[in-house]
Design a protein around this ligand. Structure first.
Ligand code: NAP
Length: 389
């Protein structure tokens, strides 16, 4: 502190830290995780000076958007106030009327936004509408954090494919099952609950046919109470090349759409309904399959193994984010199932790199969470460019 210097008193309309208020909007937005897709997660805060008037968020797909949720709570107090919102307000009518019209009607004078909506139906039109109607707009507040929250939504609009998250439960020696195929249980109960949370926050859970033949997993987030929502559980998909796969009643009778994807067949990507309740999809490769799911509104796909499917996805450059949950055990055995099979890289310098990494503990298990970087590794470091869409 400089001697004799006193911080100026900041009062009234002048004072509201833009980043703090956007952090609040982001925290509200996150509450919609698992319920709003294929829409983005959005939170909104209405404030005047240093006073927060109201807060809102998009609770579930088809419900009020965050802006309207906050405006309804503010009522007349919204007149002349500012709004912070993590994504450009929409300018088109979908299940709800355009948010920009409500913002103008309620008399908001300023909008602070995280960034532009990549959806071509909005893409700058929302900001343009607001400016035309005399609302001041400042975009790009905490731009990276806002884009990161909605990375799956952005992926579908910018890359035309879902955001792919791979979760595996591993031993310290990188095995996901023993040489007999036994994998129950590698991780601890807290880790399994965490995995169910990931399922719940995804639009689809996918696994390879090998896992289905061996374990018949339900892939449903049944440990998460909130998942028992009218909108239902995430969809499931099993991927197979041979087609030698039999569904069992437990999988197809239950509460969410079930797909069987046949890859590498000569027929173009197409779907047909089967009498036994699942949908069969024929696709040339995994890339086409993912594009097909993006068109159907599946923004985020969680891959739950096994090593064969994980390897295929890595080889095709289709893994965006990983959660590797390590248990403090060694399984051993050269024929034990590897976490990532496929062709793999010939040289270590070409290995897939993750950044923005964090490691956290779940009791005695620890989780490596990373986002795939794009581009080559930099010399002397394991990092490349950030892997955001
Ligand atoms: N610890 C964990 O987190 C975890 C998670 C899941 C599974 N597991 C364990 O892992 C073992 C199974 O793993 P796995 O590696 O043997 O099998 P997997 O990855 O579940 O399945 C491999 C099969 O998936 C299909 N497949 C994979 N890539 C494909 C592609 N690009 N195109 C078409 N089809 C493709 C093929 O099916 P077809 O053979 O039908 O052609 C392939 O044989 C089991 O023992 C299971 O218990 C552990």
């Amino acid at each position: 502190m400089i001697e004799g210097w006193q911080a100026p008193k900041v009062t009234g309309a002048f004072f509201m830290d833009k980043e703090k208020i956007m952090e609040r909007a982001l925290a509200l937005a996150r509450r919609g995780a698992g319920r709003v897709s294929p829409n983005p997660m959005v939170g909104a805060v209405i404030f005047k000076g240093a006073t927060i008037i109201s807060e809102g968020y998009h609770h579930y797909f088809g419900g009020d958007h965050a802006e309207l949720d906050a405006l309804k709570k503010a009522g007349k107090r919204a007149e002349g106030a500012s709004m912070a919102v993590n994504l450009e307000p929409c300018s088109h009518s979908g299940k709800t009327p355009p948010c920009v019209e409500s913002i103008v009607r309620y008399g908001i004078k300023e909008v602070l936004a995280g960034g532009r909506d990549p959806n071509p139906l909005v893409a700058g039109k929302g900001f343009a509408y607001l400016r035309r109607h005399g609302v001041r707009v400042q975009s790009g507040i905490m731009k990276e954090a806002c884009a990161f929250l909605n990375r799956a939504f952005i992926s579908v609009h910018s890359r035309k494919r879902p955001w792919v998250v791979l979760k595996e439960g591993l031993s310290l020696d990188g095995r996901i099952a023993s040489y007999t195929g036994n994998s129950k249980w590698i991780t601890n109960p807290k880790a399994r609950l965490f995995a169910h949370r990931l399922r719940y926050e995804s639009d689809m859970v996918m696994a390879g046919a090998g896992t289905f033949r061996k374990d018949r997993p339900s892939l449903l987030p049944y440990l998460i109470k909130a998942a028992r929502h009218p909108l239902g559980y995430p969809a499931r998909c099993v991927v197979s090349k041979s087609g030698l796969f039999k569904t069992c009643g437990k999988l197809v009778d239950s509460e969410s759409p079930f797909f069987i994807a046949h890859i590498a067949v000569k027929r173009p990507a197409s779907a047909e309904n089967s009498k036994s309740g699942h949908e069969r999809i024929y696709s040339k490769n995994l890339n086409n399959l993912l594009e097909f799911f993006a068109e159907k509104g599946y923004n985020q796909i969680l891959i739950e193994g096994g090593g064969g499917l994980a390897g295929s996805l890595f080889d095709a450059g289709l893994v965006d984010e990983i959660y590797f949950i390590y248990a403090p055990i060694v399984i051993g055995g050269k024929n034990a199932v590897a976490a990532v099979a496929g062709r793999g890289q010939e040289l270590v310098k070409n290995a897939v790199v993750f950044s923005e990494n964090r490691i956290f503990a779940l009791d005695d298990n620890f989780v490596f969470h990373g986002i795939r970087t794009t581009g080559k590794r930099k010399k002397g470091t394991s990092l490349g460019k950030r892997g955001r869409p």
